[in-house]
Every structure is written in C-alpha cells, then in structure tokens.
Design a protein around this ligand. Sequence first.
Ligand SMILES: *Cc1c(COP(=O)(O)O)cnc(C)c1O
Length: 382
Amino acid sequence: MAKMIRKNYLMAPGPTPVPFDVLLAGAQDTIHHRTPQYVSIQKEALEGAKKLFVTENNVMLLSSSGTGAMEAAVANLVEKGDKVIVVSAGKFGERWALLCKKFESNMIEIKLNWGEAVAPEQIKEVLDANPDVKAVFTTLSETSTGVVHPVKEIAEIVKDTKAVMVVDTISGLLAQPLKMDEWNIDVVVTGVQKGFMMPPGVALISVSKKAEEVIKNCKSPRYYFDLNAYIKKYPDSPYTPPVNLGYQLKKAVEMLNEEGIENIWERHALMADATRAGVKAMGLELFAKRPGNVLTSVKVPEGIDGAKLVKDLRDNWGVTFAGGQDHVKGKIIRIAHLGYMSQFDVIVGLSALEMAFKKAGYNVELGSAVKAAEEVFLKAGV
Ligand SMILES: *Cc1c(COP(=O)(O)O)cnc(C)c1O
C-alpha cells in the first residue's frame, strides 16, 4: 500500500492518551515555584485530587513516576527487621516485595499465580498469626494481569490491627472504585500517566493519620522521599516541583472533577464491559480470574505469537496495546481502557484486534467484536 500518515492510538495501561487541553495547559510560561502564584496552582490541583482519592487527607505530589511513590511508602513505613505482609500476584505486587526486601524488612509474602486475586481470608489468617505486622502492601489493579484485588475487604480486616494498609493504585485509581477514608486505607499511591490523563512525571501519595504517626517515628534512612518534609510543606513542595506538570495536573483534575468520580468509575466499567464482550465474541479467552476496569487481558490462542501481533499492531497500524511481561510474554495481550477513553476508542481497539488476528491466521469473523461492543453501548443507552 502507498505510504500513509500514521495516527497513533495509545491503548496500553500507561502512559495513556492525554487530552489536548491538558497538553496545552503545560505549554505555558514556567514561573518560579516559590511564588504565591505557583503554590496556588499546585494547591488547587492537590485539593481537587482529594475528591478523586475520596479522602479528606492531603494528597502530596512527588516528582517521579509511580514507583517513586511506592519507594516513598516503603522507606517511610518500614524499618530493618519490621514485619510486613506483601500480596504478590504479578509484576507490581512483586515490586512491593522487591522494595520490602531492599529495606530489609521481615517480609511475609503472599505469593499467588499471575492472574489470581488474593482472598481477604488469606490476609486475615496471616495477620491473626502475626499481630506484630506493621504494614500490609497490596495492589488495587495488578496491571500485569488485569486482576483487581479486593482491597476494600482487606482494609476492613487490617483496620482493627496496628498495621497500616497500603495500596498501589497506580493504574487502578479512577478506573476502579476506591474510597480511601470510608474504606480505611492508610496509604494510597498513584502515578498520573494512567487514569489521570497526564503525561508521565508525577506521582501522588496520600496518608491517613494512622500512617502519619508511623511515618513520623520511622527511622529508615531517606532524604528526597522523606514524607515528613512533604507533609510539613503541603500544598507546597520541599524541593522544586515540576512546574509545567503542575499546570497540567490542575487542568486534568478540573476535567475529571467536572465529570465526577462516580461517573468516571461508571465510564471505565462500561468500556471494560464492551471490550470484554468484543474479545469474547472473537472467541478469545480472558486471562484474569477477577478482571477489573483498567484493562482486559486476553490469552493468545495456541500457534499465534502474541508479541509479534502486538508489535505488528503498533508499528504498522499505530495501535499500541501491551503484551505480556516476564513468563507470560507473548502469551497474553493487554488492552487498556484507562484514562481519556470513550466508546470509539474501544471500537478502534477491537477493530484493530480483529484485523491483526485475522492477518495472523486466526479464524475471526470481521466485525464480530465491534458488533458485540456496539450492542453493549446501545444497551447502556450511550
Ligand atoms: C504502572 C504501574 C506501576 C509502575 O509505575 P511507574 O509509573 O512506571 O513507576 C506500578 N504499579 C502498578 C499497578 C502500575 O500499573
């Protein structure tokens, strides 16, 4: 075919598409950060973010990707020899385990197969046997598998112990219901390049009063990520914040709050339903046992190279899905419906998937996935 302009569609679970208004908000004069003008912008962004965390606690801004906030959580809660519980059922639960190892904790790892979700009873059992556990590290949406863990039920168990409940919501926040205060979650960490419709570069972290006490008394070495400095400086930053990303965060938070958190959750649930109806109509099987609204992970049928298919979609058609990581590389495809996404993004994704599978020799009826998704949308009345 003749050379053709290529339009890109980001359908991976981070970074996600950024709305033009958010991009443009960043293209403004960089002002000095120690001015009332900048601090009021950051304040507005962070106060608005509280509504998205559904909390009265402050939300603090770190200049890092999401992993920086994960490291901050561990560095500020865990001392050498402290007993902690880590749920690891995929790449990102494993990251909590790696961090807790680095900080020389006495870790009890609840290790599950990729694709599985933890049962709250498993946490209860370990907590009952170990009343000296200081922190429980979990993941809302395990992005490597698409599984959502029952963090509300886990927090219900942790709340009556001395342990603090920590949740990695880097991909999960906004796509998946989470109410920090009502659910008694002590530490919520996220990154803005996923549900927040932002370019990468900012992590957000919110801590409860219970966690704040632990942070104050924690003796682990840390400097840049010492949360005491961020707590003290709020809504300002102890070090130079990413000023232009601050402008963008204010805009993104404004847009999100205009939609409203309940509507955002509902939109993500609808996109997930339509995507799943589509892939099932193609005869594909889901990988996650407890799939959430962040992404749909599908098993690649025998005889098809999933990694090659993802590369083909990205390089030839401009549609970026994520493949599998580590031992599921080539075996699953992860289709994100996260962030700045609406019905027609899902249609584009499913159409691309149909064509790529057909091209790879899989027996698919063109239009079947798209039709199934369209029916879900019409039934929902949108
Ligand atoms: C993306 C992601 C991370 C890693 O975040 P970075 O911003 O790449 O550091 C960690 N946990 C989960 C659940 C994620 O989705």
